[in-house]
Design a protein. Structure first.
Length: 336
C-alpha cells in the first residue's frame, strides 16, 4: 500500500473538533488595495480594447510522475490571517432570497443537481483557507477556483475560452469575492497549463477526467491570500465523507456570494487510472460552482484533490488524479 493510500484525510468529525487559529499579527491590506487598482494588460481587436488573452501550455498525455512517487504540493497559511475550519456565515442582514428557484426552473423531469435537502451555506470570511477560494470570470461566463500557489490558480478547463494557435481568451480571478467586494484585489491570467482542452457546453466521460487547468496569474496574489496544497486522489478514499467544497452558485447567490458544504464523499471511477479520473458525488452543485475545489485536511492542513466539473440527472462529477498535481508542479516550477 502506498503512502498516499494509507495516509487518509481527517474525517469530518475530526475536523469539526479543530479550533480556530488566531492571527499572530494584524493584516495589512495596503498591497491588496494597490493590486485592486492595477488593471489587466489590454489588446485591441477590431478597434476595441479587451483584456489580453493567454498563451496555453499542454502537458503531454504520457508525462507521468516517477513510479511510486507520492505527488503533492505545499500549502501556505499566512499567519496574519485567522485559520477557520468552519467559515463565518454571512450576516443575517445580508441574506437574500434565492436568485433562482430551482424547483420551477428545472421543469424537465429528471434534471437534478441537488439531491435531497440543500446543504450549502453562504459564507463571508477572510480567514484561511476560505480566502483562497474566489470567483473566476472569462468570456464564457463565471465559475470558481482556488489559489494553489503564489500566483497559480486551479479551476476547471471548461471556463477557459480556447482559441487557435495555443492561445485563449482573457480570464480574471477575484479571491473571496463577495457582492462586488474584492479584499485582495483581482488578478488576470497570463498562461494556461492544461491536460485536455475541455470546451463544453456538454462534457463527455473522457473530458470529465481532465476538466482542470492551472492558470499563471499576472501578480502573486497568493502571497496575500495564502494557498491550498494539492494531493493525488486515491481510490482507497472512496466513500469517505472527508471533503469540503466551495464555489459561487448561480441559483442561491447569482454567483455573487460563495457557498460551502462539508462532509462530502467522492467515488473515483473504476475504469480509469488514478492519474486521471472522474469522481462522482452527491454534493449540492449548480452552474457557477464549476472549478471550485474539493479539499480535505491532513494534520489540519488543507489539500485540494479535485475540481467540480459536470453533472447528469443522477450524479455530479469532479476531476482529479495525479495528473492534476503534476500540472500544478509544472506550472509552479516553470513560472514561480
Amino acid at each position: 500500500m502506498s503512502k498516499t493510500e494509507s495516509n487518509k484525510p481527517m474525517t469530518a468529525e475530526e475536523v469539526s473538533r479543530l479550533k480556530t487559529v488566531k492571527a499572530k499579527s494584524a493584516e495589512k491590506l495596503a498591497n491588496a488595495e494597490k493590486l485592486t487598482n492595477q488593471g489587466p494588460a489590454m489588446e485591441t481587436i477590431d478597434g476595441r480594447s479587451f483584456p489580453k488573452g493567454m498563451k496555453s501550455i499542454g502537458m503531454p498525455a504520457n508525462e507521468k510522475a516517477a513510479e511510486g512517487k507520492v505527488l503533492e504540493t505545499d500549502h501556505f497559511y499566512p499567519t496574519y490571517s485567522d485559520f477557520e475550519y468552519q467559515p463565518k456565515l454571512e450576516a443575517k442582514k445580508d441574506r437574500k432570497p434565492k436568485f433562482i428557484e430551482r424547483e420551477s426552473f428545472l421543469a424537465a423531469e429528471g434534471v437534478k443537481t441537488i439531491f435531497g435537502p440543500d446543504q450549502r451555506k453562504v459564507y463571508n470570511s477572510t480567514a484561511y483557507p476560505w480566502r483562497c477560494v474566489g470567483r473566476v470570470e472569462s468570456a464564457l461566463g463565471s465559475g470558481s477556483g482556488v489559489m494553489i500557489g503564489p500566483r497559480h490558480l486551479l479551476t476547471c478547463a471548461h471556463i477557459v475560452d480556447w482559441q487557435p494557435n495555443n492561445t485563449t481568451g482573457w480570464l480574471k480571478f477575484t479571491p473571496m469575492y463577495y457582492n462586488g467586494s474584492a479584499p485582495y484585489g483581482s488578478a488576470w491570467g497570463t498562461l494556461t497549463y492544461y491536460k485536455y482542452k475541455v470546451a463544453g457546453p456538454t462534457i463527455d466521460s473522457t473530458e470529465i477526467q481532465y476538466d482542470y487547468v492551472v492558470i499563471v496569474l499576472d501578480r502573486p496574489i497568493g502571497n496575500s491570500t495564502g494557498w491550498l496544497g494539492s494531493k493525488s486522489y486515491s481510490d482507497s478514499w472512496d466513500g469517505g465523507a472527508y471533503w469540503t467544497h466551495a464555489g459561487y452558485p448561480g441559483d442561491l447567490t447569482g454567483t455573487q456570494r460563495p457557498t460551502y458544504q462539508t462532509g462530502i464523499a467522492l467515488d473515483g471511477d473504476f475504469w480509469s487510472a488514478d492519474d486521471n479520473e472522474s469522481m462522482s458525488h452527491k454534493a449540492d452543485i449548480w452552474p457557477g460552482q464549476s472549478g471550485g475545489p474539493f479539499w480535505g485536511y491532513w494534520d489540519g492542513a488543507p489539500y485540494a484533490v479535485a475540481t467540480q466539473s459536470a453533472h447528469n440527472p443522477s450524479e455530479n462529477f469532479a476531476s482529479g488524479g495525479s495528473d492534476l498535481v503534476n500540472l500544478v508542479i509544472r506550472a509552479r516550477n516553470e513560472h514561480p
